[in-house]
Design a protein around this ligand. Structure first.
Ligand code: ADP
Ligand code: MG
Length: 330
């Protein structure tokens, strides 16, 4: 196999970061994020950590990869002790989020004494393209805060990239601050306009919600930027585009202060298995790969945590994931 020097393997990283709790896998679509998240989860479980492999990805992928139904509930993975998997039901999450928003808007309209139909407001709020994403983000945070496992492995979606997911927590707190300011103004106005003093002591559930929300976001941000607890891993192939994508992600993450756990190189063709008078197509691919492996070493250097070969078939089922985990943690 084309080789790169691995200064700190995945296993060594895990050992050097004993409090590691939240891990994520990012990279371009199709590079093997789900597979790597699965293999890492198996490896962590085998290290004795009670591990949850969760997918916030709207594409049904974990059940397919594990070859067992883990949709909609935290399910023990057959054949691997200490491992649970959970493919989050996107539709259900979004529906629940809509119901919550409706309650809040209804309350707000009543509070502000606006007679009107909440439906329009709800439509405006939930038509926002960021709505689904933030619903999924909140769901992820709920899972993190439940704190039922030693270690969480999140298989993140390729398009709704993880950076945006995290960037959102800063946007959220800006938004919440703004909301709270106008709540306070409104409250004061009410008190001034009111003849009785009782308004002052009136409970404000919307304010309570906002405070609670802000607290949750601040907490999430604290966890997600703590290098002792959190690590984002990136998957690349020995190809130009995936390398560029990972480079960009890493730069962004550094900018946001989000801990980067390292890079895994996937689908590397085993050179030893290739005869020198093999097909020209194959020889070309291998020569190209050598060039990109050099590039990967130059670009990512001490961040490289592992190299995985291109298998003869797709990676499916627990047995094959175990094989992958063993190679990842060799
Ligand atoms: N090292 C590998 N060898 C062979 N097939 C692989 C390898 N890594 C991933 N695959 C296959 O490639 C496809 C894409 O992998 P997947 O993990 O779903 O990518 P992503 O989650 O990044 O979109 C899947 O069919 C998977 O089984
Ligand atoms: Mg995937």
């Amino acid at each position: 196999m084309s080789t790169v020097t691995i200064q700190q393997s995945m296993r060594q990283y895990a050992e050097a970061t004993p409090e590691l709790k939240y891990t994520f896998f990012g990279g371009k679509g199709g590079v093997g994020k789900t597979v790597l998240a699965g293999a890492a989860a198996v490896a962590f479980a085998q290290m004795g950590k009670r591990t949850l492999l969760a997918s916030t990805n709207p594409v049904h992928s974990l059940s397919g990869m594990l070859d067992q139904d883990v949709f909609g509930a935290e399910t023990p993975v057959e054949g691997v002790s200490n491992l649970w998997a959970y493919e989050i039901d996107t539709k259900d999450t979004i529906e629940r989020s809509k119901v919550e928003i409706r309650e809040k808007i209804d309350y707000f309209l009543k509070f502000a004494e606006i007679r009107g139909r909440a439906d329009e407001f709800i439509e405006a709020a939930t038509m926002n393209p960021a709505f689904e994403e933030s619903a999924m983000f909140e769901n992820m945070i709920d899972i993190m805060f439940e704190d039922k496992y030693d270690l969480y492995v999140f298989d993140t979606a390729p398009t709704a990239n993880a950076r945006r997911l995290l960037g959102m927590s800063s946007v959220y707190s800006l938004w919440v601050n703004k909301m709270m300011e106008s709540r306070q103004e409104a409250q004061q106005l009410r008190i001034r306009l009111s003849y009785s003093k009782k308004t002052e002591e009136e409970k404000d559930p919307l304010m309570d919600y906002l405070l609670n929300f802000q607290d949750r976001m601040a907490n999430a941000k604290k966890l997600l930027t703590d290098p002792a607890k959190t690590a984002f891993f990136f998957v690349t192939l020995p190809e130009a585009l995936p390398i560029a994508v990972v480079r960009r992600f890493i730069n962004w993450f550094h900018e946001f202060g989000i801990p980067v756990g390292g890079v895994v190189v996937n689908m590397v063709i085993d050179k030893e298995g290739i005869h020198k008078d093999a097909d020209e197509f194959v020889l070309n691919r291998v020569a190209m790969q050598d060039g990109y492996m050099e590039e990967i070493e130059k670009q990512f250097d001490s961040l490289i945590r592992g190299v995985l070969p291109l298998f003869e078939t797709e990676i499916r089922g627990v047995e094959m994931l175990k094989r992958t985990a063993a190679l990842l943690c060799a």
